[in-house]
Every structure is written in structure tokens, then in C-alpha cells.
Write a protein that binds this ligand. Sequence first.
Ligand code: ADP
Length: 584
Amino acid sequence: MGSRVIMECAVGGKFFSPIFSSTRSVAVEKRKLPSLHKKIKFCSSKFKIQASQAETHLSPEAELQAEKRGSSTGVGVGELIWPSPSDGTPFWKKDFPSSGVSPEVFADVKDSDPKHIIHVTAEMAPIAKVGGLGDVVTGLARACLSRGHTVDIMLPFYECIQKQHIKDLTVITKYNSYHDGNWVPTTAYRGVVSGIPVIFIEPSNLFFKGQYVYGGSYNELEAYLFFSRACLEWMQVTSTQPDIIHVHEWQTGALPLLYWDIYHHLSLKPRIVLTIHNMEHYGECSKEQLSKSGLEGSVYASIDKAVDDRTIGHNPERLSLLKGGIVYSNAVVYFGILNGIDITMWNPATDIFLPVKFNDQKPEGKKFCKYYVQRGLGLASEGTQDGNHVPDITYKAPLVVCITRLVPQKGLHLISHAIKHIEELGGQMVILGKASDVRVQTEFEGLAKLHNQGPCIRILLMFSDELSHMLYAAADMVLVPSIYEPCGLTQMIGMRYGAVPVVRKTGGLADTVFDMDDQSNHNKANGFVFEGIDEGSLNCALDRAFTYFREKPDEWNGIIKKVMEVDNSWNNTAGKYVELYNSI
Ligand code: ADP
């Protein structure tokens, strides 16, 4: 994959005249996926729970430390009032304490040769998250920080980012970055998000303005071309020399081109790693659009550079930013390394969003989380009639959750079929999903209208990080019926929160979930797996899961314990990234 690198010289932000070539080793990794609380007093007709003082005021750090020491105090219950659908503010929108997580808490492994890594990304959890990309960037960054590396994340300063989640936000640099014949005044801010240093890039034009991370009324492709260059320009003007620039997805696919053909020859010396999280999106781009970044678009219009092979012979042929990124990066990871989950953010023993904490040693709190969600969403739950008695937490309707972007990849027809089947089986289902396509949105709005007044189904068409935490904690099962899934995080998060996964056997789901009824692999068995993309296959997996839940309680509790003990953390896989950083 080694290819010519073209150096061009700067004149007013435009670069031309190829005069330099060099070979880089581009390692395209092959896919190698591996394969309670105590003393709760129930009082008052509002089901108010009170805990003893000693349990209520542990800071998240103290709870984390306690958990590390194996102490039993990490499952405290604060003062809790059961929510109801008629509450003025929905239960997932109330004010939550800040997590105050410090990466130092997890500094178990230290690498001998610490590097400076800068992630350049369109998403970061929790402040700018749409899907797994945000989780991966935050989790990997934290894992590397805790191993002794210096890590920064560079992120567009989206207007929708809630500034109260950023600690110590300060302007650090005012500079200009090139776009489409102009130098755009740009501001760089520094702040700390969930213990991780972040540099926010804010152009003075319309880019990144709007209510959401994606879909503002500006040209998205051009905005990310601008962002890719503005990150390098910032490194250039501030003489920042990381060892590694780690880019993610098509949005930052032009950065390796800009780096090797402009900034490397100005002063920057890092190496570039590209991680592809999802090949579905590849940043289709015209030569003219690429030229707006200051590169000469036509220079990249060849098969060994950025032309999308699939458009050869078309008029016009198109470039793909992702392809350009693949060709121009020192190493490319396409799920050659399994993702992990950020066990700081996703920790039922300390999760600030949970009404009651729990862990694998003391799972009782999970039942209260289920009851809390059932009450809050108006789902059937026993004990709701008599305001004075202890809620009957043994109510036997399994709660299945599906938390997902509503896109074809995720198996939309299976998700909507599951609603019907789970209802027939006497279970409950909550879908938390966001659609970007109007037709999908309309279809699910129709389903919501049909079901949301009943006692067992809720379809919530929105993005809510807070609610997602509560749903994982409440769920008996997490459904992931993807048509394809490069890795998938929801099954891993679900497992950590004691939700048994019911998944389609594909990609990373096949590598992390093993069927309970597969006798050949009983040691690993931790969920329910189906292969077909038809409704019957899904039914069969759900039927089996419901039978275990209802008829084999001991085995079911055993699965819950087992899934909570599975270590899908970055502890297992961050080291592979560090090896890759070292190797280039
Ligand atoms: P993908 O990256 O394809 O979206 P993943 O399974 O890798 O899928 O990651 C999805 C992440 O996004 C998980 O953290 C999941 O909880 C979160 N998520 C997806 N949809 C929503 C939603 N509507 N509200 C809150 N979180 C969501």
C-alpha cells in the first residue's frame, strides 16, 4: 500500500507542485476479533426510599476507590422518589451530579515508552455522542491516559455541546485556518471532559452551528474538511508535536492527506493512525470540494490515492475521504482491534444516573432500577396500586431494551417485529432510538402511537445518554438484531449492567456473545444468539431467553452474574493500540 507522498508548497493557503516522494508503511490490519445495598427503608405513600447517611454521600471517586478495594460500600442508595410519566420533568432530565472521574483511579498498567497522542474526531462521549464512535474515542483516550501517555482529543466546538460539562474551559489560541480561498478566524479552547483534556476548535463561520452534532444547515463535508485542516494548523501555529495523530472515520479522512502533503513539510512530524468504525460512510467528495481544503483536488483523483473505485467510469468519478485516509495513514485499524467499553463511564456501581447502584457481587439494586424505569415510563409493574407497600420487585415480565441508531444496519424490521413478539410473550420492551431518515422516523412514530399508551411497550424516539444508562440498568435483556455490526457496544454495556444479550450472529456480536444452548461452547455461554435475518429466527432466540427467565431462575441468575463479570474493558485492548502506536 506504500504510495507516493506529494509535497506541495504554500501560497496563500493553496498548495501545488508535487516535488517530493516517500514511502510509508500502511498496515491494514485484518479483522482479528477474538475471536445492595442494605438498610433500605421504604416509607411514605410515594415510595420514597431512604438510606442511612453513611451510604448517601460517597463521591464517585470514593465509590470507585471503594470498589477497587473490594469494599461493599459501592452500592449506596440516595434519597429516591419514584418517578411517574406525569412528572413535569421526565426522570432522565433531572439534574445529575457531575461524575468527577479521574483517569488516575485506573492506573494499573504503565507503559514504558509514553507517547503523546492526539485524537482528531467528530464525536466524543458524553458531550458530543451520536453512537459508538464517541464511546470508543473517550474510552481509548482514558485507557491510554491511565497507562501514562499524554492524550488530547480535538473536537469541533459544536454549538450543541453543553458547556457545563466542560471543566476549566479557556481560550488558548486565536488563529486563522484556510478554507475555500479565505483564512477563517478560528478559536481553540482547552477544557477537561470526564477527566480527559480536550481542545475545541471553533470557526467563526456557520460550521458546527445547530441543535445536533450532525445535520446542521451547513455543508457537513466542507465543515469536516475545514476541521481536519484547522487541527493541523493549530498544531503548526502552536508548535505542538504529538507522536501520533489518531483520526477516526471519514470526517477526518482528509487529515492524513493534508498532513503528508502540507504540514509534514512545514514542521509537523507525528505518525498517523486511522480507525474505521463503520465502512458504511466514506465521505463522498468531488475534486472541487477537496480543493476547498487547500489541496489540489485533481491531484488525488487517481485510483492509488482517493478515487472511490466503485465510481470509476462514472461521470464524474468521485473521491472518497475514507479511501484517501486509508492510503495516506501509517496504520489503519478496521476493527483489527476489538473495542472496549469505558468502565469508568459504564459502571453500575458508581453510575451517577442510576437511582440505585449495584455490582456483580450485590446485584439487588438492579431490580430497583427496573422498577424505577417501569414507574417512570408508566409500564406495568406490580405494587403500583397500593401506595404504602414495598414494591413487588419479583414482577415477572422480562424487560427487553434496544438502544440504537435507527438505521437499516441495526435490523429495523427485526426491531419492529420484536415489539409484536415480546408483547405476545407477555414481556415488556423499551426502544430508545434516533432516526436520521424521515421515512424511518415516520414508521417508528406510527409504532409509538400504536403502543405507547399500553402497559408493556415504550418507543422513545430521541437520544438520551442519561436514559440509556438507566435502561441498561433496568433491562433483563438487551436486544441487538443488527444486519451487520463491526463491533457493537450495546451488548457489552448491557452485559456490564446485568442485561442478558439477545443478538444476531454477526461481526463483533458473534465474537462477544455465545449461545446458552450451544453445548459445544458452554463455558463461554452468556446470551442468546440467532443467525437468520428473518422474524422466525429472532422469535426463536427470544422464546428461549424468555423460557430461561421464567422457568430456570437459578440458571438465569447465573447468566446475569456471568455477563456482569465479563471483562470487555479497554484494559484488554488498549495495549493493542499502544503496540500499534509503537510499531509506526
Ligand atoms: P453504532 O456505533 O453503530 O451506533 P455501537 O453499538 O457501537 O453502535 O454504539 C452505540 C452507542 O450509542 C452506545 O453507547 C449506545 O448506548 C449509544 N446510543 C445509541 N442510540 C442511542 C440513543 N438513542 N440514546 C442514547 N444512546 C444511544
